[in-house]
Write a protein that binds this ligand. Structure first.
Ligand code: ZN
Length: 173
């Protein structure tokens, strides 16, 4: 697929094969990328603290600093096991959906709110579960907020300190 020409070498901007780089092309590329990603799909809950929304949004993109993600970034972590069950690796989806602590939290929320049982395989499922609930718009907003706040509580409770070669790093996001 490579064609060699006698022309002088030049940089091409990949968006539309234009020569040179311009702010306008960068802007177009960012907007295009944003529309393809989950950024525009994440629905923010207006009644929960912003930090809970940010955590859920990052988790939805699998950009939370779960132990497996930190290990992938070459952080020196002694164990990647989940702090709650200590049986499985701490991934975003394990923490919020598969861990027995999370399963209990969702069972308690569905029982307290008198809604059908909450089953989720990924954090994305939890973020969409309110749409499957047969109730009014207000109740759906309440359920979504409760799920986001519960995710924040699970995440915050699982926060630990990790020793690294360069010192100590706290898992925040
Ligand atoms: Zn676990």
């Amino acid at each position: 697929m490579v064609r060699l020409l006698n022309n002088k070498d030049a940089w091409l901007w990949d968006v539309n094969r234009q020569k040179g780089l311009s702010v306008n092309y960068v802007k177009k590329a960012l907007i295009f990328d944003r529309e393809r990603s989950h950024l525009s799909k994440f629905e923010w809950s207006k009644w929960v603290p912003i930090i809970c929304n940010i955590m859920a949004w990052r988790g939805n993109l699998d950009r939370l600093a779960a132990k497996v993600n930190l290990k992938r970034r070459n952080m020196d972590i002694s164990s990647v096991l989940c702090p709650f069950c200590e049986e499985y690796e701490e991934t975003v989806n394990h923490l919020f959906t598969a861990c027995r602590l999370a399963i209990r939290v969702w069972a308690d929320i569905s029982a307290s709110c008198k809604i059908q049982p909450i089953f989720a395989f990924e954090l994305k499922d939890l973020m969409d579960i309110h749409n499957a609930i047969q109730s009014g718009k207000k109740m759906k907003k309440i359920i979504r907020g409760l799920i986001i706040i519960s995710c924040w509580c699970i995440w915050k409770r699982g926060m630990t300190w990790y020793s690294t070669r360069s010192g100590e790093v706290r898992k925040i996001f």
